[in-house]
Design a protein. Structure first.
Length: 328
């Protein structure tokens, strides 16, 4: 039974990954600092779902804590590093924080891993590293030198740091470039969550640009499958795209959400943000061939699942109502 340490394991993607690992019998330790980027209560509710996992509250920048979890005497077989300051637009407002968490924090983890180079390292990167790439779909072997947000730059820096430590110390390393992940427990500031909430409440949707920007939306179950496969096949140094290999325009996304919610979206039109890219699209042939990765959830089905979760007993509508009732 492998022992897997998951940083950010109480977050959106992390909690789903941990559930999958626990379900197959792995020993799981979660490291999460429950910061206030969004309501920490959401992450604590996620953690309550991880029965059987050891939950450690702390920060990846805490060198003493990281040394205790990964250093001499630790028995961690795999480090899955999902913890990060996320989001393109917030990174433009506070780039120093993003550098500190995403670059320095990752380096602190790698410094401990070099003392135990047999531990596998799976690093969550992002499709944002491709920047305004005009070659569609995006391939892992392309030279990418023009990230357009501090968040993207920190994720590319993480990939490069991981390669350096692999080269110097032989750490088995896999970097995963996630493409716009969505699904139940998605962070509240992310587009699909934000749009569904706005439509159901009758609030305006912040609509950036003319609606022609396109994203490769990937359902969380498909991402989790890719992460688990990467854990089991982590050797050498590899980068994989984990996406759906299909794109949807912002206008079409909003229309589908409106239809699923049974309400007409109200648009708050705003100019395109300078940190946003016009299109993302994953070439997933490498992941298909080497990992057996095979995304199975079309956007229409995934959106329906998300709306059902949002309105269901574990979704924000019911949870917020219960919290409100208990506080009266």
């Amino acid at each position: 039974m492998p022992h897997i340490l998951v940083t950010g394991g109480s977050g959106f993607i992390g909690s789903h990954v941990c559930q999958a690992l626990l379900a197959r019998g792995d020993r799981v330790t979660v490291l999460d600092n429950y910061n206030d980027f969004y309501d920490p209560a959401i992450k604590r509710r996620n953690a309550e779902l991880l029965r059987g996992a050891e939950i450690v509250e702390g920060d990846i920048r805490d060198r003493e804590l990281v040394a205790r979890l990964l250093g001499e005497g630790a028995d961690v077989d795999v480090l899955v590093h999902l913890a990060a300051m996320a989001g393109v637009r917030p990174s433009v407002e506070d780039p120093l924080l993003y550098e500190d968490v995403n670059v320095r924090g990752t380096t602190i983890l790698m410094e401990e891993l070099r003392r135990r180079p047999g531990t596998r390292f799976v690093f969550a990167s992002s499709s944002s590293v491709y920047g305004s790439n005009e070659k569609i779909p995006f391939r892992e072997d392309e030279d990418i030198h023009h990230p357009v947000s501090p968040y993207a730059a920190t994720k590319r820096a993480g990939e490069l740091l991981a390669y350096t430590y692999h080269h110097l110390y032989g750490i088995p390393t896999t970097c995963l470039r996630f493409f716009t992940v969505y699904g139940p427990r998605q962070r509240p500031e992310m587009a699909i969550h934000k749009f569904v909430r706005a439509v159901l409440r009758g609030d305006p949707i912040p609509f950036f640009g003319d609606g022609t920007t396109r994203r490769d939306y990937t359902y969380v179950d498909d991402i989790v499958d890719g992460v688990v496969r990467s854990i089991d096949r982590c050797e050498g140094y590899e980068i994989y795209n984990l996406g759906d290999c299909a794109t949807t325009s912002l206008a079409d996304l909003v229309q589908q959400i409106g239809e699923l919610c049974g309400r007409e979206p109200v648009l708050d039109r705003q100019p395109l943000h300078p940190g946003d890219v016009k299109v993302t699209c994953a070439d997933i042939e490498k992941a298909r061939t080497r990992l057996g990765y095979d995304p199975r959830t079309p956007l229409k089905d995934g959106l329906a699942k998300f709306v059902a979760w949002y309105r269901g007993p574990e979704g924000p509508e019911q949870v917020d109502a219960q919290v409100g009732a208990s506080s009266r």
